[in-house]
Design a protein around this ligand. Structure first.
Ligand SMILES: [Zn+2]
Length: 68
């Protein structure tokens, strides 16, 4: 049986995972940036991590409550 909500959450989770790894790859390559630029990049990484954590928590909560 497939659960549409679970599929939606899985898609969001996988998109967030991709986004985070892209952002981290970019951040790793930008160590030579000026301090101001580094701060901006760190904010982008932080935001991607936050979204990743949210989608993971939402997926886990759904699996737990829905039992699917
Ligand atoms: Zn479900």
């Amino acid at each position: 049986m497939s659960c549409t909500e679970k599929n939606r959450l899985l898609q969001e989770y996988s998109a967030a995972t991709q986004r985070l790894s892209q952002v981290v790859a970019r951040y790793g390559a930008s160590l030579g940036l000026a301090p101001l630029e580094r701060v901006q990049v760190e904010k982008i990484v932080e935001e991607a991590r936050r979204i990743y954590g949210q989608t993971m928590a939402a997926l886990e909560a759904h699996l737990l409550h829905h039992g699917c």
